[in-house]
Design a protein around this ligand. Structure first.
Ligand code: GLN
Length: 235
């Protein structure tokens, strides 16, 4: 790791629905508030993807945008190289679909993914839209996971990937489990963005990247946001 923990915000111009860039901002802020020097490196469409960053953040997008994103990321495989050496990677919504082996769009055409996680995705019969509440799997972090979903794709995990959480309200991957974890690659269908709404998940990613065990930050605005969104989701 260099003197600063670098967070690559990957293709926000293609994959950035619902302010998913906020995930990179939250990672950077939660590190700097703790005295850990950090920076966000933005990589737009058409630009090479560095392989030297510590954390990579990919957001959501519609089917055409995610197909273009896969093409770009295959031509510039810096993130995949970094993942291979253990960098932390977060994929949201389209992210979980493009990180898998393949995704089949609503027109039934199957597109290759990046093969970073053991999963396949296919367009479901209806869009999953609304608030999601899920319980973290395997005690990955404390509290419930909440967020907002809007996707047509459904994702099936293979044996090498495990779920991030178990769905209580909403759909997630398939109405039963939500997201995926494989090594230090973590995926979710949740927007919100997901890290402002789930600071314990942000801290899990930071602790993976830095090896530092983090004490929680006392941020009343975040506590209020979580309570308000949990109420909106009916819990
Ligand atoms: N295009 C994908 C779907 O609709 C992902 C949507 C998103 O990222 N919000 O399933």
């Amino acid at each position: 790791m260099s003197s600063k923990v670098s967070v690559a915000l990957v293709l926000p111009d293609l994959l950035g629905t619902y302010g998913d860039f906020g995930n990179a901002v939250v990672l950077e802020k939660r590190m700097t508030w703790r005295g850990i020097p950090a920076e966000v490196v933005t990589v737009n469409f058409g630009e090479p993807v560095p392989d030297s960053c510590d954390i990579y953040v990919v957001g959501g997008g519609e089917d055409t945008a995610q197909t273009l994103a896969v093409r770009h990321l295959r031509e510039h495989p810096g993130m995949q190289r970094a993942a291979g050496r253990g960098a932390v990677v977060l994929g949201v919504c389209a992210g979980i679909q493009i990180f898998g082996e393949s995704f089949t769009r609503a027109d039934q055409v199957t597109h290759p993914g990046l093969g970073l996680i053991d999963s396949t995705s296919h367009a479901g019969g209806s869009r999953a839209i609304g608030e999601v509440v899920a319980t973290p799997a395997d005690g990955l972090f404390e509290g419930v996971l909440t967020g907002f979903e809007n996707h047509q794709g459904r994702t099936t995990l293979g044996p090498a990937a495990r779920p991030l959480a178990h769905v209580k309200v909403g759909t997630g991957n398939d109405g039963s489990v939500e997201g995926a974890v494989q090594g230090r690659i973590l995926c979710t269908y949740l927007h919100g963005p997901v890290l402002p709404r789930n600071p314990q998940l942000a801290d899990l990613l930071i602790s993976w990247a830095t090896g530092v065990e983090l004490k929680p930050l006392d941020l009343p605005a975040v506590t209020r946001l979580r309570a308000e969104r949990a109420k909106a989701a009916g819990v």
